[in-house]
Design a protein around this ligand. Sequence first.
Ligand code: SF4
Length: 341
Amino acid sequence: MVARAAYHVNRMPITIATLEDAAVELNRRAAVATPVDARRAHKAAAERETNPLARYVLNSLVDNAELAIVDDRPMCGDTGLPRYYVKVGNAAQVEGGFAAFEHTLRKAVALATQAVKLRSNRVHPLTRRNPGNNVGVFAPNIDYRFHPVGDWIDITAVHKGGLFGSDYRMLFPGDGIGGIKRFVVDTIAAFHRRGLACPPAIVGVGIGGTKDQSFTLSKEACCLRLVGDRHPDPTVAQLEDELLDLCNSTQMGVMGLKSQTAVVDVHCEIAYTHTGGLPVGVSELCTAVRRSTVRLFNDGRIEFREDPLWFDAYMRREGVDFPNDAAGLMPAASPARQEVN
Ligand code: SF4
């Protein structure tokens, strides 16, 4: 009986009241405060820019991001589409279960639309009916992953803007890395040339998996990794560096101006794929980098942070088993991560 009492004490659920308050605040932070890694990247881009007009606009981006924080207002008039990425520790518990959890995340978007003054962007795709609260069928998107240890839930809110800048293609295995590079650069050039993007962007490239996986990975890669972060697989990391140089060689930068910085970073994720194909997805996160993460513990603690810590060794595991080694479960240390945390 004593052991059972201790078991219950250690596994208190995350309360709905705590979750609701945290989720509304999370959406406020995402809309208002551009993360430090993105602000640093935009500042660095302004400092190295040689086109005076592009430098002027890049500096305006930096000023705008800082003023939004001071004024506590959304950093772009188009506040994007609120969505959530949720990582659940294996020992996490929620009052009312995960149906109550989802209900609360949806309610928080409606509350934040009023409280933070998010633009009500979500409409019925055919009738264009606008409920006015950014909540509707499959809206907000909520994506889940799981973690083998932890009495916590990580919630990352992303308010992704940018209607364009994304594409998908099924390449052949023989197209190889050269074909991937060509597709990525063609995509960036096509959208930036037509003004259908707000550069400088963060590009995500999903390589392999199934068709839908490659595109999902591309979106997660651009939204959920810090600028400067590199994939732990050296082959993938090298491709990230090469794609960054290639994308910037287009010189299609901020406001359509000639610029050294078309993109501030390129993040690639891979998934094992069909032997007969090479699906590739490309997504761009516009200059409005809007994400914020909170960790809710079973015992009531709440920790807000800027690094989503989404991709980790467990998520990228190979094979059936994963060594139950806590050190191996976390993302590899990178200069980008050390600077922000
Ligand atoms: S693409 Fe991004 S920066 Fe441009 S208007 Fe939309 S949210 Fe704002």
